[in-house]
Design a protein around this ligand. Structure first.
Ligand SMILES: Cc1cc2nc3c(=O)[nH]c(=O)nc-3n(C[C@H](O)[C@H](O)[C@H](O)COP(=O)(O)OP(=O)(O)OC[C@H]3O[C@@H](n4cnc5c(N)ncnc54)[C@H](O)[C@@H]3O)c2cc1C
Length: 312
């Protein structure tokens, strides 16, 4: 994709965020989320909603990764409550005999408060997850927090085999971070990167991000690593599958991970072809920002929702 196209999509994304920050729009969509299509991307507000979506997906052969939506928590009680929610989710998974992952954002469980606070909460979640036979994925947030997130992962990794991490292909530093993490033999989710980052830390051009995604993923696989390619980009997915075939990478070392409600047809085709597909299932009361991010990735969807809002 050209730089001009990259700029156009950047402007469109900014316009979507601005439109959905309007109080009239946000109040209406928050109040009647289901009517505006939020349920297409978010399981619901309660843990029970997530569990029923997970159970349905698992029955069809998908694996799942559940996220209790939230980030940038600055109240200790709320950070602890988010960790409690993940502990409850692990228990609920175990009771229903569900497998899967828990996806946790460090800033949701206290990393903006203190490093130790986040370590304490993450360890609680990891212990509950291990008892339930689950893994935990520590997610990567905006660039200034990457160093602390890597340290958090390094701190817990020695004692917890059920923890994985994320690397973002748009960051220049991710190549070095891959080297740094290699001795820990991490299970890594590779993503393009979701935050707006300046050109001194992240590739501004989509084509460079896509190239780096492949480089990071293939380097990790070549070294015997376990990976999740978390993308809806059909070309990258096909290249990863071709790489895995050519290098006889076993299926338990390369999973594909997609967001709930996005490119469902592609996910189903890959599943039918025998690929391990993890569906990322978000839930919780703070779903609005997550929903708007998904709309910003696909302006046609944003326009559809805005038209429905205007018709009311
Ligand atoms: C499972 C999972 C976990 C993630 N975890 C993190 C994380 O921890 N940290 C982080 O920074 N980012 C994370 N992300 C987000 C990621 O960084 C990207 O912002 C996001 O996945 C969009 O990029 P893409 O790889 O799908 O490629 P793109 O090039 O953006 O999209 C490829 C194609 O997918 C389709 N598509 C993409 N988005 C949509 C949409 N909303 N609606 C309809 N079609 C769409 C379009 O056809 C598009 O052409 C995660 C993504 C996934 C799938």
């Amino acid at each position: 994709m050209s730089t001009v196209t990259d700029r156009v999509s950047e402007v469109t994304r900014a316009a979507v965020f601005q439109a959905f920050a309007n109080p009239l729009v946000s109040n209406l969509v928050r109040r009647h989320g289901g009517r505006f299509g939020a349920r297409r991307f978010v399981a619901g507000e309660a843990l029970a909603d997530a569990i029923s979506v997970v159970a349905r997906l698992e029955r069809r052969g998908f694996r799942t990764s559940v996220q209790y939506v939230g980030e940038s928590v600055t109240e200790p009680m709320l950070a602890d409550a988010a960790a409690d929610e993940y502990v409850a989710a692990a228990d609920a998974f175990a009771q229903r005999g569900l497998r899967g992952y828990l996806s946790v954002k460090p800033s949701q469980i206290g990393s903006d408060l203190s490093f130790d606070h986040a370590v304490r909460n993450l360890e609680r979640v990891l212990i509950a997850a291990r008892a339930a036979g689950l893994s935990v994925r520590v997610e990567m947030e905006h660039a200034p927090s990457v160093e602390a997130t890597l340290r958090l992962f390094e701190r817990v990794r020695a004692d917890h085999g059920n923890v994985g991490i994320v690397l973002q292909a748009y960051l220049y530093r991710s190549r070095d971070d891959l080297e740094r993490l290699a001795p820990l033999r991490p299970d890594i989710r590779f993503v393009k990167g979701a935050y707006r980052e300046p050109p001194d830390v992240a590739f501004p051009n989509k084509s460079d991000v896509d190239r780096n995604f492949r480089d990071l993923l293939f380097t990790h696989l070549e070294r015997g690593g376990t990976a999740a390619a978390a993308t809806h980009d059909g070309r990258i997915i096909e290249d990863a599958r071709a790489y895995a075939r050519a290098h006889t990478i076993p299926r338990d070392r390369l999973k594909f991970e997609m967001l709930y409600g996005i490119r469902v047809g592609l996910a189903e085709r890959l599943l039918a072809a025998g690929e391990p597909i993890v569906v990322y299932v978000p839930y919780g009361t703070h779903w609005y920002q997550y929903f708007v991010r998904r709309l910003a990735e696909r302006p046609a969807n944003a326009l559809f929702v805005l038209r429905s809002v205007l018709r009311r």
